[in-house]
Design a protein around this ligand. Sequence first.
Ligand code: FMN
Length: 316
Amino acid sequence: MEIKRLTVGNATLDSNIFLAPIAGYTDYAFRKATYTFGYGLSFTELVSAKGLFFGGNNSAELLKADDYERTSAQLFGADPFYMRTACESDYLKPYKFVDINMGCPVPKVYKNGEGSALLNDIKKAELIIKECVKSGKIITVKIRKGLKAGDDIATDFAKMAENAGASLITIHARVREDYYSGDPDYDCIKRAKQSVKIPVIANGGIFTVEDADKMINETGADGVMLARGAISNPFLVCELLKKDNPTDIKSFIINHFNLMIESLGTNRAVAEFRKFVPYYFKGKDNAKAVKLAVNSASEPIQVLTALNEYFSCENF
Ligand SMILES: Cc1cc2nc3c(=O)[nH]c(=O)nc-3n(C[C@H](O)[C@H](O)[C@H](O)COP(=O)(O)O)c2cc1C
């Protein structure tokens, strides 16, 4: 794919490769571990606008970042008032970019009319965008192709979002009922891209350089957003940028774990690092022992010992 700088609102991003918001994964530690890798923009995990209003510590923790020039806060909510108030709150003060989640499929979000439920209500979605734009932040929107098989709301939503003042739209080319499986529908992104002037970012099923090339060739999108592909191969972004990996995979993983300890404390870091094991060691020979050891570890030293033993056997 062609790498280019991207103008988004009044900002210019260094590349058209984005790191997706992924709840439980792309937290402060993971984003910090990849800050220098070349993403044009990285996103926080989704944060509840209402949660911020009512002072939830958890929501505030999700907004911790260092690199506000290249990090966007992602908000979810169904109430234009809470959404705008969140944009204008002290929590979001350092952020230039705010992304509105209109794609989350999980029932506890959906049943409140939030996330992907907004795809059912274009008028409400429009009101939310317009209110958020009034905050002066650069507002972007992340949608899905629809709710169920056969839906394609991407073009209508892209046009609406542009008219409402959004500066960029990301399209996850699957419907809600797909969750995260199945092939992305390139045509829905292509049609949306042809109907607006704001940048359109394509998302869904990009795990290799070839996947990214295909996504751009088939859709004409302005850039790609990497999600699970960026966790299973943290250097995918470097491969796309055709630059050397900044480090080796062992150093990356150990640095990531150390950043988790710094930001989450030892107990949570040890517990939450387990989620990364299926990604970091997927398809790797002889990974059984390291997986078992990490999954049963209660102290950081046990995790680090298991990682060191695994890599010293030159399994990678
Ligand atoms: C565990 C998990 C958590 C996610 N959390 C978010 C989120 O907080 N906000 C969001 O907009 N999308 C979220 N997504 C969706 C991803 O950003 C992305 O759209 C989706 O994984 C499709 O891309 P992929 O096929 O390349 O993984 C999540 C996906 C997964 C698997």
